[in-house]
Design a protein around this ligand. Structure first.
Ligand code: GLC
Length: 612
């Protein structure tokens, strides 16, 4: 058997070598020695890759569209919140099957300092699991078990920076020149000040500036938190060693590598240091590296930017970069629609997505571990008399429950009093009004909030790409306020929606009389229906429909012989939609056939109508 694959590595390398060499030499001033070292690494990691993973590589290499189907449903979770540690997750593996998910994003689990961890995004060792969560062997055991169950595993690759506790940072602090050259070190503020002229700030309130002065007087670049030191990818050693770290994770059985904060990885004086052309060259090289060593592995780019900056990370057909990207603008526009009940912005967003090549795969989500940043199309909103600052203030007031009549319960994130800017945190259920209804024991309000929650999930499942459920959302988990009492968390409101998974409450998923049960069974039905109908394939044609109601979003999808009309009512009142002529369809959620020229959508209701 093995003999058939004797030249597999050479074949893959040869097919890409010229381009790899060209990009590497361009970026690293013809550093042929560095390139040779890199190729040596590729060979070594291919040799070390275990047979079962190589089998997956071969299967997926033959079927490169494997992730473009309608049968992948994701979930993202924190190992400790979900089950204590990696072995706990292994014990709970049946739950994934029960939820119908076959793609799991395990949130950062590599070694990271207790106090300064940024939720694990300050990595102190890329080859070691956080001891409380287990060991690398446990991770390998988990990914192997997941593969046996048909589940793909995603892990973050925090490539922009390391923790200041990483061995490179420690050595740099001690004056090791080679280690210092992996970061951006300065002995005066002259150059940092030059950078500050053109580089925006990520966390203006909690971490002002892009540089941090160390106790010994050195100044180091820290785009995110002061304890996250930016890596200098202009140094080929950084690229080579970080590529090795990536391959190490791939060989531990990780199927999807999330390229954390990827737009930031290349810095150039006099520029905003975001999305520079060199970033794309690096991502392209990492894509080729994976195609050579581990072609089953996908790259998921975390590009939380305006749409025009996001799409280039897919690369081109000849020179692809990321396999998948987050559908961040749709996520933010969805919540905008919840607050305004006006679907026009979301409709415009659907129009824009419809124009993109349908082989692009987006990762669709309602909530993730981060805040909701209001990255909306303000030029367009302005034409409709909605100015950015007052509009953001309205959204934030609405979602923190301050706006009269709002049932949302969120908290602000990174509020900037001067710029009057803030982002937003909270779980889907709490933002939809479930929390307020539960605490006020208002059954009617609870019913509406649950319907809103389910409708939003239905909309997420209608979008092309991979839907990812935020762990806990499947049972309507509420905000967790306990972080306010934790000194290491209290200044970061993202912990509001990073609560411990409550297994006792989750038991209620089996009881249809509870809201947990209603949401859980509705999500299962949505998943099964999506998987059973090819019209939900990522490559389907789609476009928004005119519904005649400002509150109802309509989407038409077509694939193969199936046509789907989908409607989502974003307001708390019933809405009647009238068609120009009678339509025969099957309601995919009830299985009932209808022949009618009008449909009534319940408050926060939705309809998946399969044309007959
Ligand atoms: C990404 C992560 C976020 C983290 C940041 C810095 O944006 O999603 O949680 O704070 O990177 O690593």
């Amino acid at each position: 058997m093995a003999a058939n694959y004797a030249n597999e590595f050479d074949r893959r390398l040869n097919a890409r070598y010229d381009e790899l060499k060209w990009l590497y030499c361009e970026l690293y001033q013809n550093d042929e020695q560095g390139l040779e070292y890199l190729c040596g690494l590729l060979k070594e990691y291919y040799a070390k890759r275990i047979d079962s993973l190589k089998e997956i590589d071969r299967k997926r290499e033959k079927n490169p569209d494997w992730y473009r189907g309608n049968d992948i449903v994701g979930m993202m979770l924190y190992v400790d919140n979900f089950a204590g540690n990696l072995n706990g997750v292994i014990d709970k593996i049946d739950y994934f099957t029960e939820c119908g998910v076959n793609y799991i994003h395990f949130m950062p689990l590599l070694e990271s300092p207790k106090e300064h961890s940024d939720g694990g995004y300050a990595v102190a060792d890329f080859r070691k699991v956080q001891p409380e969560l287990g060991t690398m062997d446990d991770l390998r055991k988990l990914t192997d078990l997941c593969h046996q169950r048909g589940i793909s595993c995603c892990l973050d690759f925090v490539m922009n920076h390391t923790s200041d506790e990483h061995a490179w940072a420690k050595a740099a602090r001690e004056g090791d020149a080679q280690a210092k050259s992996r970061y951006f070190f300065f002995d005066s503020w002259d150059i940092p000040n030059e950078y500050e002229r053109t580089v925006p700030q990520v966390f203006p309130t909690t971490a002002p500036g892009n540089f941090t002065k160390l106790p010994d007087g050195d100044i180091v670049m820290t785009t995110f938190y002061p304890y996250q030191w930016d890596l200098n990818y202009a140094n080929p050693m950084v690229f080579n060693d970080m590529t090795e770290n990536l391959l190490y994770l791939a060989n531990a059985g990780i199927d999807v590598i999330r390229l954390d904060a990827v737009p930031y990885i290349w810095k150039e004086l006099g520029t905003p240091c975001r999305n520079l052309p060199q970033v794309h060259n690096i991502v392209r090289m990492m894509r080729m590296v994976c195609e050579i060593v581990c072609p089953s592995v996908l790259l998921l780019g975390e590009v939380v930017m305006e749409p025009s900056k996001v799409v280039p990370y897919f690369g081109s057909t000849e020179k692809p970069e990321c396999h998948m990207l987050y559908n961040v603008t749709t996520m933010a526009s969805t919540w905008n629609t919840v607050a305004t009940r006006d679907v026009s912005l979301l409709r415009r967003q659907m129009d824009k997505l419809a124009e993109l090549p349908h082989n692009y795969v987006f990762l669709n989500y309602l909530r993730c571990h981060d805040d909701i940043g209001w990255g909306l199309d303000y030029d367009w909103l302005k034409e409709r008399w909605m100015e950015e600052i007052p509009h953001k203030r309205y959204l934030n007031d609405y979602f923190i429950g301050k706006y009269p009549g709002s049932v949302s319960r969120g908290e602000l994130y990174n509020e900037d009093q001067i710029l009057q800017d803030a982002r937003l945190c909270g779980t889907t259920a709490s933002l939809c009004g479930i929390e307020a209804a539960v605490y006020s024991d208002d059954e009617a309000a609870l019913g509406l909030a649950v319907d809103a929650d389910i409708m939003l999930h239905a909309y997420m499942f209608t979008q092309s790409g991979i839907p990812v459920i935020y762990s806990g959302d499947e049972v309507g988990q509420l905000n967790d306020y306990s972080y306010h009492a934790d000194i290491n968390k209290k200044f970061d409101s993202r912990y509001l929606h990073r609560g411990r998974f409550d297994w006792k409450l989750a038991e209620k998923r089996k009881d249809p009389e509870t809201y947990q049960g209603s949401i859980f069974s509705a999500l299962r039905k949505l998943e099964e229906t999506r998987a059973a109908n090819e019209v939900f394939m990522a490559q389907a044609e789609f476009y928004p429909l005119e519904t005649g109601s400002p509150n109802v979003l309509g989407i038409f999808r077509q694939y193969g012989a199936q046509n789907l009309l989908a409607f989502f009512n974003f307001c708390g009142e019933e809405c009647v939609l009238r068609f120009e002529q009678k339509l025969t369809y099957i309601d995919l959620m009830t299985g009932e056939k209808h022949h009618t020229d009008a449909v009534t959508l319940a408050p926060y209701g939705f309809l998946w109508a399969l044309e007959q």
